[in-house]
Write a protein that binds this ligand. Sequence first.
Ligand SMILES: [Zn+2]
Length: 281
Amino acid sequence: MGISRKNYIKWVTQGVTGKPPKPVSMIQWLTNMGRTKGFAHYAADHIDEIELSVTEFKNSEFEVLQWVEKRLRDYLPSNIQIPSTKLYFVFGSGDGRIFYDEATFDVTLAYVLGLENTKGMIAHELHHMARNKEYGDWTESTGAKFILSTLEAEGVADMVFSIHSSTLARQDLPIVTMMMQSQAYNRVDEILKEMDELVSKAYPREPNKNKLYRLFTKNAFHPVGHVMAQRIENCLGRASLVDCVGNPVKFMKAYQLSAESSNGYKFSSKTIGMIDNIFAK
Ligand SMILES: [Zn+2]
């Protein structure tokens, strides 16, 4: 649907395997995706409704883009430009994703989410794009740096819009329902405590990468980062949260300031002391 074939294949490959893209046929990928996630079968069964939802989306394009722009402005520092990018709706992937200057969204996913949630998903992804253009792509970092950057980046983007705390328009594609209902919202303080212990025990060395990653399995970054961002906004105001965009150290310190009055888990001074070192390298 307009995206360059080369980029599309790269994007899907990276999304599925997490490994550097290697050339495969698009049909092969779509088949794999269908088998893994059930999207292809669902799409085949609902093709007419999906087509209608694309038309509905196109008809409200102007209103959608206006909403997205306003929402992004609420959570981006004023010096950061809203990226002008083309949005592509594609079959396959089961995801919303940015790939360099292109943003792609699975059309089946958009149908299941519904128009309102899809608007939000676009705004969330474009927030990542704007942030990364200004401050660099955090997903290229590793270890504690990666974890803390992800909490900041996903935390603020989830304030723009969080699919994990939204109601889906359609509940009949179990893989999406499962993906979106994150149980980790109930365990945020527990996860923060475990992260704190891993970091402070290793102090002054860096915490064990694999143990840190294990804490955030099943995409727990979203609920944890989201709740941290909510606490910052509630206690210190939105301007303070926006000031943390692209700066995980500020995000952690702002969280620490808000932890007490929001009754959230408060990090040890060892961990807070370690954060500057982690990013000094
Ligand atoms: Zn995100």
